[in-house]
Structures are given as structure tokens and as C-alpha cells.
Design a protein around this ligand. Structure first.
Ligand code: AVJ
Length: 323
């Protein structure tokens, strides 16, 4: 692979579509009757570090469960995805599972896509050291919008790997649209491997999003700190509290930041008022039954061909093929 001096040690970024709608999305979200902030903005450098800490918490089972199922079924997963194709990964982040997959699939190209420039660069550099033979084409961007994937580089079967139950951040309607878009991206012979958190006891879910050490609370509150840092906000983090609860009727966990007092806050030259007890809705995390997710995938042009579970039955990896 020809590389110039600038790329020493780290692969170059591909066609970059930076997620720079932060200011607009914050202003729009805080102007709604039910204030909202999109969860994709959690992942600045500090937020990515906090998320990695969440993944190591004893209460947060998804990361360990998905790793266990990936290790336990690697042979079958590799047979499903087939070798020497192009592996596209959405929200690659720390990429521990990607290493296992790359080892087993030996793809001709690997295209990690991530919203966090920092996490993307670190992961790509680490993978390039570990797999010197691998053609890596990182794309910095937001996979909720159509991306310019450098498909000219993409040989063989296209497989999109979307681990971590990140798909749970989307509403079922958004997930449907996203799966349709991905179906177009992988083409008629394409496939998808999607990690999906399963429905389970609301108490187990509650603990996973309300850890005893308060790491999830810090992760949630960091969104306000980021607004202060990047948008000239004056939000006082002590005047808000992390609040996460299971909503089984809607099949999701909701995270909010609740204002403890009546207050006005400024973001640049915009002002927003909070009543005591008023919340900002910061994240949904949908949980799907195996059947429920297969039905969603089917409606979006995929056939659910395989599904693998961890030994405790907490988390699922779906192997989908273009229908
Ligand atoms: C990365 C979206 C899968 O929903 O469980 C962890 C993010 N939020 N703790 C999830 C998260 C609070 C996580 N996802």
C-alpha cells in the first residue's frame, strides 16, 4: 500500500463528513416542549473515555455478553460472513471485537466509520499495527445519514458490522430506515452483522443504566459539559441530575437530565428556561426480542439467517443477508 509521510503509523481519513451540526441540534433540541439532545453527541474525547469506563462496569452486561458470544461463535460467524470481502464497521469505537472479526475474516478492506474522530484515529492506528497487511480506510462521519463509503476500494462481498446495540439508539422507525439504507449500501449479495440487546428483567436493565459508581451519570452529564466547552454554554452541572428508567411498554431504556431547580441557561446567545423537574431527553436504548428484530430486518429488505446468543442469553448477534 502506498503511503505518504503524513500517514506514518496511522491510516488517513477517507471522505470525511464531520458531524458538525452540534450547535444547530442543541439549539433546536432545547427549543422543543420536551427538550431533547441527540445521543450521538455523547462521544467527544471525554465522553468516549467515559463510555469505555461504562463498558467495564459490572452492572453494564452488554459489552461482556457481546464479546463472549463473538468469541464463542467466531467460526460460525466467519462462515456466515465469508472471507476476503469488504468489512464496513459502524461506530467502531474501541474495536476489540473488530480485531477478532478481522482475524477470522481476513477482509480485503476494512472501512471503520465513527462519529468520534479521536476514537476512530486511535482504533485505526492500533489495527494497522496489529494487521499490517490490512487495507484500512477510516471514514469520519455520522452513519445515521447516507455516507460516502470509498466503495471503489471495496472488493468482494460487502458486510456491514454494527455491534454494541448502537441500533438501539434509533426508534424502530429510524432503525427501519437505517436498515434500508444499509441494504442499499451492501448490495444484492451483501450481509450485515448487527449486535442487538435483548429484552429482559427491567431491574437488570435499570442497574445497567444506574451504576453504583455514577459513571453513567457522568457520561450523561458530560453532554452538558460539552455544550459549555464547545458552544459557550453556562450550564451548571450540579443543577441537573441523571435519570434513567426502563419503559417496558415502549421496549426501551430512557435517559434524561432533570433540572433540580427553576433556572435559565445560556448557550451562546440563546437562552432556555427550565422548570424544576423538567427534563432533557438524552437517549433511548431499545431492546428487541429475537423475533421482533428479525421482523424489523425483514421489513427493511433483509432476511435473518443466523442469530447467536451469549451463554446467559442477554445479547444477540443477528446475521442478516440481503433478501
Ligand atoms: C452504545 C448506545 C449501545 O444504549 O447501552 C450506555 C450507550 N448509554 N450507557 C447503550 C449507553 C448509557 C449504549 N449504546
Amino acid at each position: 500500500m502506498a503511503r505518504d509521510a503524513r500517514s506514518r503509523g496511522a491510516p488517513q481519513l477517507g471522505s470525511a463528513v464531520p458531524a458538525d451540526g452540534f450547535r444547530e441540534d442543541v439549539i433546536a433540541g432545547l427549543s422543543l416542549p420536551q427538550k431533547v439532545l441527540p445521543p450521538k453527541y455523547f462521544y467527544d474525547a471525554q465522553g468516549s473515555r467515559l463510555f469505555e469506563a461504562i463498558c467495564r462496569l459490572k452492572e453494564y452486561y452488554p459489552t461482556r455478553a457481546e464479546l463472549a458470544l463473538t468469541r464463542g461463535h467466531m467460526g460460525e460467524i466467519a462462515r456466515f460472513a465469508r472471507q476476503r470481502g469488504t468489512l464496513i464497521e459502524y461506530g467502531s469505537g474501541e474495536s476489540v471485537k473488530s480485531q477478532l472479526l478481522i482475524e477470522a475474516l481476513r477482509p480485503s478492506a476494512y472501512i471503520p466509520v465513527d462519529i468520534s474522530d479521536d476514537a476512530l484515529r486511535r482504533a485505526a492506528a492500533q489495527l494497522q499495527r496489529r494487521f499490517p497487511w490490512l487495507r484500512i480506510r477510516p471514514v469520519h462521519g455520522d452513519f445515521s445519514r447516507p455516507l460516502k463509503i470509498p466503495v471503489a476500494q471495496a472488493k468482494g462481498r460487502r458486510v456491514v458490522y454494527f455491534p454494541g446495540s448502537t441500533i438501539g439508539n434509533l426508534t424502530p422507525e429510524e432503525a427501519h430506515a437505517f436498515l434500508r439504507m444499509t441494504r442499499g449500501q451492501v448490495g444484492p449479495n451483501g450481509a450485515m452483522l448487527v449486535g442487538v440487546d435483548l429484552k429482559k428483567d427491567a431491574n437488570v436493565l435499570h442497574a445497567a443504566y444506574n451504576d453504583a459508581r455514577g459513571v453513567t451519570a457522568a457520561f450523561n452529564l458530560n453532554l452538558l459539559a460539552r455544550i459549555n466547552r464547545e458552544l459557550g454554554g453556562d450550564l451548571k452541572l450540579r443543577r441537573f441530575r441523571h435519570y434513567a428508567f426502563s419503559n417496558p411498554a415502549l421496549g426501551r431504556i430512557e435517559m434524561h437530565l432533570v433540572s433540580l431547580v427553576p433556572q435559565d441557561v445560556n448557550v451562546g446567545n440563546h437562552r432556555f428556561s427550565f422548570e424544576a423537574g423538567e427534563s432533557v431527553h438524552t437517549e433511548n436504548s431499545y431492546k428487541y426480542s429475537i423475533y421482533g428484530f428479525k421482523a424489523l430486518a425483514r421489513s427493511a429488505g433483509f432476511r435473518g439467517e443466523k442469530v447467536w446468543l451469549d451463554p446467559k442469553g442477554l445479547f444477540a448477534l443477528h446475521g442478516l443477508v440481503a433478501a
